[in-house]
Design a protein around this ligand. Structure first.
Ligand code: 2AM
Ligand code: CA
Length: 268
């Protein structure tokens, strides 16, 4: 039952959120994964908590967690864990970060939760059972055109020069009501599900950044694909998630940008 798994994920996300708030209140102890890809004690403590709870409850399940604390098992079930989505925000004291936990059954997402511990907003979805915000059903927005849309995107913390997104950022800024880049892909997707953004796109995201958010958007009545209109595979090179109504228009704009500007190809 997806809802049984979802209840477990919700409880664990709330516990992890408490750890993040504790850590947010104290001076940082930062180390760097790559050039500017930082990881904090908060990422590690939150991941340890989530992974140990999941192992206790579901010892046979595979767990893919961002900081590498998961386990690989021969199981149809795989958990995707981002213990702190928005680490850069967290490290700068910018109040926009989340915990993201999702479960796939034989490759199909069946449960997902995104929790913002600072606002107390908890977004949850179970396959076939809809999406909720703090227990109340949510739906994507009804806006029909990009010109009237508020959309969102993001940039990776490292190898930004290899990322084509600045070209897309430019065009979508001129053609929409506005583009935000809030720094937590999981929350960005949850905001599409809640009808706050009409669309979200990004390149190079990892499965744990998007798994819960993708299910939220689908269960809230939205549409998810790659930026060239193909089905989105978790961890694929690009993602477009919308209210469904502006999807084709955003795909057309993306295709135009890629065609016009040779330095803005679709990464494959
Ligand atoms: P993080 O905070 O968990 O790293 C920014 O829009 C989004 O990109 C965030 O969800 C952030 O997740 C993610 N992100 C940051 N660096 C990344 C990288 N090197 N590869 C993939 N995703 C990244
Ligand atoms: Ca993270």
């Amino acid at each position: 039952m997806p809802s049984t798994y979802l209840s477990a994920a919700v409880e664990i996300a709330r516990e992890a959120g408490k750890i993040l708030l504790e850590e947010y209140a104290r001076p940082l102890n930062i180390t760097y994964k790559g050039d500017v890809d930082l990881v904090t004690q908060a990422d590690r403590r939150s991941e340890e908590l989530i992974v140990s709870r999941l192992k206790e409850l579901f010892p046979q399940h595979t767990i893919l967690a961002e900081e590498g604390g998961g386990q690989s098992m021969h199981s149809r079930f795989s958990w995707y864990v981002d213990p702190l989505d928005g680490t850069t925000n967290f490290a700068h004291g910018y109040p926009c970060f989340s915990v993201s936990i999702a479960l796939a059954d034989a490759g199909t997402l069946i449960a997902g939760v995104v929790f913002n511990p600072l606002s107390g907003e908890l977004f949850a979805a179970a396959r076939g059972e809809g999406a909720t915000l703090n227990g109340k059903p949510i739906r994507v927005s009804k806006v029909l055109e990009l010109a009237k849309s508020l959309v969102c995107t993001g940039f990776p913390t490292h190898k930004r020069q290899a990322n084509p997104n600045i070209h897309y950022y430019w065009d979508f800024t001129l053609r929409s009501h506005g583009v935000r880049r809030d720094g937590s892909a999981a929350l960005d997707l949850a905001f599409v599900a809640a009808g706050r953004f009409e669309g979200f796109w990004e390149f190079g995201l990892k499965p744990w950044d998007t798994a819960a958010g993708v299910l939220l958007v689908e269960e809230a009545g939205g549409r998810v694909s790659s930026l060239d209109g193909q089905p989105y595979d978790l961890g694929g090179p690009s993602l477009l998630a919308t209210n469904g109504l502006v999807h084709e228009e955003m795909l057309r704009v993306a295709a135009e940008i890629a065609q016009r500007d040779p330095s803005a190809p679709f990464p494959r």
